[in-house]
Design a protein around this ligand. Structure first.
Ligand code: SAH
Length: 325
């Protein structure tokens, strides 16, 4: 076991402590994508220069001028994030003018089955425990506002970003919000979401409904102004460049009702970032996400790690943030 493995296992153990469901979910088979398996990293990182553990750095460390070193999933060094994104920007476009970086990401997902197993890269079994922690986080950070909305008869509204087949909506968001909009660029995923009554809420007795289905990538999406209580962004921003992600988060800020929240839930690399050569995405470290969130003019009001996931998966962070006043 190398350093990276040990770190992931320690983190997973920390996350799982006090969680009785962990052992049921621990498994060593299967390969993941959205949940991102660590296997390739395990084989490829032996020669990576050891650096102080990112997560052990002081939280007071200034994140505004940070440098994040990348490598690909074969362990090859990519240089700093600035160097990497400059190279991506020079990487050319399709005949329709779409940057190849984004075209490759969509091409990858176009070939994936439109079901939960597909969007979770064979780790569909983590969906329940994922939804459980999502619910706990939402109740802790926004439960009071949701109760106030219900009491005053004001509709609570959420946006599911990079929604895939609507898994986050059906397993969690639709239970808490009167209205949910979904934004997803891959056509057959969005179609599957539209056709699923658990996503649309068609048969729900509480009247909660999915109302908007937007077939747009996040780098182009503009949320309606002041429409949303919560904007949920899970397992998709690895596809966005830093500049596009920062700009998108700023637009999300405009899309929030006063006091609304943005929740970003993503895998964490141990340090810097790791490029997935297969699907044209990166996995950012915790520090890298804090840097992005800060750059978007947001302040983090809560950070938690997902509990109870299989140990071979990356640690998964949940960031709750709001525009800085
Ligand atoms: N959030 C969902 C889906 C995760 S799979 C869930 O947790 O179940 C990753 C999703 O990101 C896929 O649906 C994929 O189509 C989407 N995606 C890829 N590139 C994207 C982009 N540029 N903008 C928005 N979503 C993107």
């Amino acid at each position: 076991m190398n350093d990276n493995d040990r770190w992931a296992r320690e983190r997973a153990r920390e996350c799982a402590s006090g969680n009785e469901e962990t052992s049921e979910l621990e498994t060593t088979d299967g390969r993941g994508r959205a949940t991102r398996e660590r296997e390739r990293e395990r084989h490829s990182s032996e020669d990576v220069v050891r650096q102080p553990m990112a997560h052990a750095r002081k939280s007071s460390q200034k994140t505004s001028k940070a440098t994040f070193e990348g490598r690909d999933d074969l362990g090859r060094a990519l240089g700093s994030h600035d160097v990497f994104w400059a190279r991506v920007a020079r990487g050319g476009t399709t005949s329709e003018g779409k940057p190849l970086w984004y075209a490759r990401g969509i091409e990858y997902w176009d070939a994936v089955d439109a079901n939960v197993e597909g969007v979770l890269g064979g780790f569909g079994r983590v969906s329940d425990v994922d939804a459980r922690d999502n619910g706990a986080l939402l109740r802790a950070t926004y439960g009071e506002t949701l109760r106030a909305r219900a009491a005053s008869g004001e509709r609570a509204t959420a946006l599911d970003c990079g929604a895939g087949v609507g898994r986050v909506t059906s397993s969690f968001l639709i239970k808490y919000f009167d209205e949910v909009d979904l934004v997803e660029p891959v056509g057959h995923f969005l179609q599957a979401a539209r056709a699923d009554e658990n996503v649309t809420g068609a048969k729900r007795s509480d009247g909660h409904r999915a109302v908007g289905f937007f077939k747009v990538p996040l780098e182009e999406f503009v949320p309606e102004r002041a429409r949303y209580d919560a904007i949920w962004i899970q397992w998709c921003v690895g596809h966005l460049t830093d500049d596009d992600l920062v700009a998108f988060l700023k637009r999300c800020g405009e899309g929030l009702k006063p006091g609304g929240i943005i929740v970003l839930k993503e895998n964490n690399a141990k340090e810097g970032f790791i490029l997935d050569l297969e699907d044209s995405s990166i996995t950012r470290s915790h520090e890298y996400f804090l840097y992005i969130i800060n750059k978007a003019g947001m302040k983090v009001v809560e950070h938690r790690y997902q509990t109870g996931f299989p140990v071979e998966l990356y640690p998964v962070s949940m960031y709750v943030f709001q525009p800085r006043l």
